[in-house]
Design a protein around this ligand. Structure first.
Ligand SMILES: [Zn+2]
Length: 251
């Protein structure tokens, strides 16, 4: 606004200046091909769907978010920006294919994930809104937390396929279950020396000013392990939601 009013005298004084300005405005509007031709949105969304049908693994969902996958396809195929109408869940759906066989105990066919897998489970990449770091999320959990229609949710539980097909990302075939008490993770790991409660105690001492070295000595554990806990790389289920003192403040 301020720029425009500052330029006003120029417009009054010179006809050429005003013509140049009008041209500049038109160029700016033309930056989005969709404002000139709204139907192009659907055309390009169909191009993304077609590409993913043929090459679902070309751009890995283990490295790129769903919208980044769409951006890469558009850049490669048509050199155009992403249509505003395209939402992440639409890209998700493009990466899931019905797998014929209807299984017992569930409604509808399985929708098998054709994107990236890690450890046998379908995964997507998300970007943490606060810290901006990228992380892999189980695609089954992702789609339950980010439904196509309805509110975003947050589960502290793990996804399980009612249909028994672990490639399936059909939200109606997935339920969230409490963390398996028999899992060999965290304090349930056979070699785990410390309970979650003890880990929390270490974090509190660390936050209060103890060094990682002092804690390692006190509890008779490896210094690197203590450092990993404080960086939230190990025993994350014990420290979830806890603020831990870091070199650049609390995380
Ligand atoms: Zn299924």
């Amino acid at each position: 606004m301020r720029i425009r009013s500052a330029r006003r005298p120029e417009k009054k004084s010179s006809k050429a200046g005003s013509a140049r300005r009008r041209k500049a405005v038109r160029v700016r509007n033309d930056l989005s091909p969709y404002s000139a031709k709204p139907s192009l949105q659907k055309v390009n969304i169909d191009i993304i769907a077609g590409f993913l049908r043929r090459y679902p693994q070309k751009f890995s969902t283990a490295k790129l978010t769903l919208l980044e996958v769409a951006d890469r396809i558009l850049a490669r195929e048509v050199q155009m920006p992403r249509p505003a109408r395209l939402k992440a869940h639409m890209v998700f759906e493009m990466l899931a294919r019905p797998s014929g066989r209807v299984r017992a105990g569930v409604t509808g066919a399985c929708l098998e994930w054709r994107g990236a897998y890690k450890g046998g489970f379908p995964i997507v990449t998300t970007v943490n809104a606060q810290q901006g770091n990228r992380l892999n999320v189980d695609a089954r959990k992702y789609i339950l937390e980010n439904p196509a229609r309805g509110k975003r949710r947050n589960f502290r539980t793990i996804p399980q396929n009612i249909c028994g097909n672990e490639k399936c990302v059909n939200p109606r075939h997935i339920r969230m279950v409490p963390i398996n008490p028999d899992s060999h993770q965290g304090e349930n790991h056979p070699r785990s020396k410390f309970t979650d409660k003890q880990v929390v105690k270490m974090v509190k001492e660390y936050n209060a000013g103890s060094t990682a070295r002092e804690i390692a000595r006190k509890y008779d554990i490896q210094l690197t392990y203590v450092e990993q806990i404080m960086r939230k790389e190990k025993r994350t289920e014990a420290t979830e939601g806890l603020k831990i003192r870091g070199r650049f403040g609390f995380r």
